[in-house]
Ligand binder design. Structure first.
Ligand code: SAM
Length: 276
């Protein structure tokens, strides 16, 4: 991925920090830090409100680890989310942007919900990558961490193309040796958005009203929260105008088409220099 492609949750700052303010959030958990693009902003917010940021990422960039160790408002836990989520305490808001697959996200939501229920806190979750390419297609940083029953056949070297169910070998949106994607999109237990929908259906069948906004830009932001929270109308007023917004969706589709062209040109240039 080049810096031509914005991809951090920081792009949603207005919506995320606006929601955190309205909800009075103080203890924030971020799953998936990478370079800390969002973590720096969350730490500033936590410092301002006298709160704390807990970051969970088994393999962030080295500069992030040094920064987190030197920042009093931040605790970094170097572990996969599902190994540590049950031990977290009194969490006001969650950002989920780690391993973008059904098994991980569905169980992160169950874990976050259990922590909130135990501590009598309403649920407020921001989920990245609920749109293409991982809304309906699993990606795996570490396929061996996913139970076999949930792990779809996948490839590291093949990429996703808009409008195509099957991956294309050596082309399209792909992670090289860093991450794999499921060979096919769609179907049951596949993708981040599918995990969110199944979580909401489970809560709904137990009579629990949850609100969900899907903001179709920069790979998609989901905002999921308890309708019964005292701040829910305020957060809904902020995010609802962006929910399924057709203009945002059209701009995102155009952005992705252009970026896939960039990847195609990069692949062609790499092939040409390899053949020289
Ligand atoms: C897309 S990046 C996160 C970007 C960051 N949230 C931002 O907005 O700038 C995904 C990160 O998730 C981490 N990750 C992968 N699997 C994880 C897991 N099971 N639990 C927590 N983090 C995970 C990866 O190491 C990677 O650094």
């Amino acid at each position: 991925m080049t810096d031509l492609l914005i991809h951090s949750m920081a792009e949603f700052s207005d919506l995320i920090f606006g929601s955190l303010q309205r909800a009075g959030a103080r203890h924030i958990v971020e799953i998936g830090a990478e370079y800390g693009g969002m973590s720096h902003l969350l730490a500033d917010f936590a410092t301002t409100v006298g709160g704390h940021l807990t970051s969970i990422d088994p393999a962030p960039q080295p500069a992030f680890i040094a920064w987190a160790a030197a920042t009093p408002a931040v605790t970094h836990i170097a572990a996969p989310s599902l190994e540590v989520i049950d031990d977290l305490q009194a969490v006001d808001a969650w950002l989920i942007d780690g391993d973008h697959n059904y098994y991980t996200v569905y169980h992160e939501l169950l874990g976050a919900d259990a922590v909130c229920a135990r501590d009598c806190k309403p649920l407020l979750v921001f989920l990245h990558d609920v749109s293409w390419p991982t809304g309906r297609r699993d990606m795996y940083y570490a396929p061996d961490r996913i139970p076999a029953a949930f792990c779809h056949p996948h490839e590291f070297g093949a990429g996703a193309m808009l409008g195509q169910v099957d991956l294309v070998p050596g082309q399209g949106f792909r992670g090289g040796s860093s991450w794999a994607m499921a060979n096919r999109s769609g179907g049951v237990r596949n993708g981040v958005l599918t995990a969110v929908e199944d979580f909401i259906a489970g809560a709904g069948s137990a009579g629990r009203p949850l609100a969900f906004a899907h903001i179709p830009a920069v790979f998609g932001l989901g905002v999921l929260f308890d309708v019964d929270a005292e701040w829910s109308a305020d957060v809904a007023a902020l995010v609802a105008p962006f929910h399924d917004n057709p203009l945002l969706a059209a701009v995102e589709h155009n952005r992705l088409r252009n970026y896939l062209k960039v990847i195609e040109w990069q692949d062609r240039a790499a092939g040409a220099s390899f053949n020289q």
